[in-house]
Design a protein around this ligand. Sequence first.
Ligand code: HEM
Length: 627
Amino acid sequence: MASINLSSSPILRIPYLPNQYHRNRPFPFTLPSSSSPLSVEATDSSHSRSFRRSRRCAASSSSSNGRGPEDDAAKEVERLREEKRRAELAARIASGEFTVQQPGRWASSVRKLLVGLVLRWASDFGPTEGPEIPQAKGSIQAVGGQAFFLPLYDLFLSYGGIFRLILGPKSFVIVSDPAIAKHILRENSKAYSKGILAEILDFVMGKGLIPADGEIWRVRRRAIVPALHQKYVAAMIGLFGEASNKLCEKLDAAASDGEDVEMESLFSRLTLDIIGKAVFNYEFDSLTHDNGIVEAVYTVLREAELRSTSPIPTWEIPIWKDISPRQNKVKAALKLVNDTLTDLISICKRMVEQEELQFHEEYMNEQDPSILHFLLASGDDVSSKQLRDDLMTLLIAGHETSAAVLTWTFYLLSKEPRVMAKLQDEVDTVLGDRLPTIEDMKKLKYTTRVINESLRLYPQPPVLIRRSLDNDVLGKYPIKRDEDIFISVWNLHRCPKHWDDPESFNPERWPLDGPSPNEINQNFSYLPFGGGPRKCVGDMFATFETVTATAMLVRQFNFQMALDAPPVEMTTGATIHTTEGLKMTVTRRTRPPIIPNLESKVVNVNSVPTVVSEGDQQGEVSTTAHI
Ligand code: HEM
């Protein structure tokens, strides 16, 4: 198969896409011939726009595998022979050839069993009906230690909306086609599990909501989603405002001292402080100081991310896993976090026992509105291990994602002064000097579009992971059970066929008077919070959190990349991180100083509109932000 050696082509550049991958990195995969209908044309970097236009978003196509008609015919003959062999074997078993004479009842059972086994084998391992998924082969090093979704984008442009990526002994089906994504996530979601993700995250999340499958997932989802009711989310806006205010104080000090700040780690601390209070009423206070528990949480998080991207599971190697200093540090950190959670659960149980509040749909304890308090007050019948798994899952799910969204939003804003000016204008008009309230969430429309657009360009996570539990058909391609599938949200969100000028940061692509974009109104081309029954339970929480933090920060400061800032490049854990941080110069805006009035928290929960999400329609529970 002919291939394009991109390492010797002019450097390919995509605006807003940091350079780690593009900078003279040899392309790790074999691409189909440039004469194929799905051709890739490279131009020099000064013409990246024409490059983008010339790269077509290919539809799924069997012809893209580069095979000739002779190969197809030979394959067909082989398939027919194989079918004949299996049919003959099944017939011989059924005729009793392999059973003892004078079959009694057990012999007929054996016969039935054997026939069943043969038929099962035929369905699981025999050749499939229908075309084969186009294949890309690469080396396993290609995905280790770098933002692995980047090479997948180039492969998508060449192979189309579904292809098989073969890395040594492993094979993954990569999906970038909205209709196929919809099929897996929504229409036939029961036929897919979290697969590798559940295996990797087991040490930290156990059977928490993200990795759990089947009945455990169903029961836990039904217990947890009601805890994120409207009154709770409205109360959280006060928390978002207070935490963002602490960050503003820190930035104000840096602005006074003329010191540059590393925003990625500050956003990580901001969202850790928020999620600790929101989920189990714990004051990490990581924006103010470091302590053992904060360090333990980060040790566990980094380990989870490392395991998600490491090609070799060193943590499973016998003996080494018990003596490795890193693994011992992880075990100690996990123990500290789990012990802390156990203590918090006991404290909360005592509070619930003593309180006289009647439990109802929108139950909330004003002193402790946390999700843990709701779960315990609801009488949720759950083991402490399961409860810890759930809390840990919510902590991780709600922390890294929101931090990453804020990091990339501020990176994008620093590149687009026009968007920043428009954003600051809206925030000044809507908020003045007040802390944001639930009422403001409806009014901060442009701020919300900025977050929507940031999530399009930098989806967190960039890839959704599934494993088929059964044979299925994706598009026109049959797949077997136990296939590992990556749905590339990155590819869906940057598909040149669906989006005008897909790489530009343009919040105006969604009119302010229209609905907020989501997976339903964008027909699965936009999946910032996933879709189907496993859609994010924290979508409304996260949208309001990132809108509040963004609004409060840009109201008070201007942000520019620091003069000596390292290049902003991407690397992946569960979310997209920068490789060396986001170093920015923060200056106070030249407008009258703003002293937020901490008493102006107005909670009017009746004004938050919600829509029935597709999860609800499927009999599953979900929350959906609708502004
Ligand atoms: C901007 C921030 C966030 C983003 C971009 C985000 C994104 C996502 C996505 C894409 C999924 C679907 C994963 C899949 O289908 O494999 C998901 C699931 C989930 N998210 Fe979020 N999330 C965010 C914030 C939060 C917050 C704040 C919470 C909790 C308060 C949360 C809790 C969860 C949980 C529990 C699931 C698993 C749901 C299930 O499998 O039933 N997320 N999130």
